[in-house]
Design a protein around this ligand. Structure first.
Ligand SMILES: [Ca+2]
Length: 418
């Protein structure tokens, strides 16, 4: 039976018609235009339970069940269709115009090696090339001998280009990754002795002041700063840290113990004699606190990224940073640190191995790796046993002391660099 079309009703067009599943049966109707009367009343000739169409100013919906199949129809009024079409055309014209105006230029690089290092030549170019285009390249505001750069230092470097085109002047930048010139050497170690260590210490920092071992432990609610008799493992004094902080690396600088925290961007300064808190400081450039060490003048800090930060020893301001690099990677997740004679010895999470990496404190270039994988087997095995972390140099004994998180042994070792 034909549906009556009220004269006053606007004519609308079916634009979409689809079905949904019921009882595993699927019904699918191809899209087809259909001119119908609009809103009510509109009965269902099949008599299978159509509901009243929902309605609004421009659109209408119909929901029916026929032969156990749910059918949903959507109508869009021609006026809305016209407005939508018009808006779409305007948008397309605007997009076409804008894409013509803002040609996306970029700096591209090629070099003879996959991982370029210092003194390698890296060729630079601009893409796309257009008529009447000119450009020049800069590194640290010095004009380059185009079209190449010969990097003088490792780590992330930014090269800049000024491009002159008919559309105007554009400034482009590109980050280059410059790697270490040589593979790190694999170093060995000699085990001197093992000592007891608190199995409940989640070790995050180790530092000798004379013959006393200072230790920082982590975890929220269980962080602490400790003075330890390394010969016996006895904790001589323990200062619990507020549960809001997860304690990290420590070092000794200018007669004080300095301690980092993980996420709060706050560090603490203590009197080493009685562990009284003297002041706190904030770090504003790096996102997190990981390892900390001192060369006697400056402090060095890691933050979980590839960066080694150099800190002012008095204000703790982050003065500068270098990237910690090997011949083929930027080293991240560098944890506990120890400074000895221009080099930093560090634990790292990156390889998920019990290693110490050795890198230059000034350049960040990794020169050696020490594999300590045999030590973890020698401690009491338990469910919470965690990674190798904690390294302190004893200047009189000229030996390193290393341990791990929840390890019940502290190992005295000599690192043998080849
Ligand atoms: Ca240390």
């Amino acid at each position: 039976m034909e549906r009556p079309i009220p004269e006053e009703a606007p004519v609308i067009r079916t634009t979409r018609e689809f079905s949904i599943k019921k009882r595993q049966a699927t019904y699918s109707t191809p899209l087809r235009p259909l001119t119908l009367a609009a809103f009510p009343p509109w009965g269902d000739s099949a008599g299978a339970g159509c509901v009243e169409p929902a309605q609004c100013k421009y659109t209408g919906f119909e929901y029916c069940i026929r032969d156990n199949i749910h059918i949903f129809k959507q109508y869009i009024c021609p006026m809305k269709l016209r407005v939508s079409t018009y808006l779409t055309l305007v948008l397309l014209v605007l997009l076409a115009c804008s894409s013509k105006q803002s040609l996306r230029y970029k700096i591209t690089t090629t070099s003879s090696t996959k991982n370029p290092t210092v003194a390698d030549t890296i060729f630079l170019s601009i893409k796309p090339t257009v008529e009447n285009q000119s450009y020049s390249f800069y590194f640290e505001d010095e004009a380059l001998q185009e079209p190449y750069i010969i990097p003088s230092k490792t780590g992330g470097q930014t090269v800049k280009a000024i491009v002159e085109t008919a559309d105007g002047t554009k400034e482009l930048t590109k980050n280059l990754r410059i790697f270490a010139p040589n593979k790190p050497k694999v170093c060995g170690y000699e085990l001197i002795k093992s000592y007891p260590h608190d199995i409940n210490a989640y070790t995050q920092g180790l530092e000798f002041v004379n013959d006393t071992l200072f230790e920082s432990t982590g975890q929220y609610g269980n962080s602490s700063l400790r003075k330890v008799n390394y010969n016996t493992g006895e904790v001589i004094q323990k200062l619990p840290i507020d549960k809001a902080y997860f304690a990290e690396g420590i070092t000794y600088s200018d007669g004080k113990i300095v301690q980092l925290t993980y996420k709060k961007k706050v560090g603490f300064v203590y009197n080493p004699d009685d562990l009284t808190l003297e002041k706190s400081f904030s770090y504003t450039k790096s996102p997190e606190g990981w390892g900390l060490c001192s060369d006697g003048t400056f402090l060095y800090k890691t933050d979980g990224s590839q960066k080694l930060w150099k800190l002012d020893p008095n204000t703790f301001e982050e003065l500068s940073s270098v990237d910690i690099v090997t011949h083929n990677t930027f080293l991240t997740k560098v944890n506990e640190l120890e400074y000895v004679n221009g080099k930093i010895y560090a634990n790292t999470y990156q390889f998920n191995k019990d290693v110490v990496v050795i890198f230059d404190a000034t350049t960040g270039i990794v020169s050696g790796v020490v594999d300590f994988s045999g030590l973890k087997k020698q401690v009491t095995q338990h469910n919470q046993l965690d990674v190798f972390n904690g390294i302190a140099y004893h200047p009189e004994r000229k030996t390193f002391f290393v341990t791990g998180k929840y390890w019940d042994k502290l190992f005295e070792v000599k690192i043998i660099e080849k």
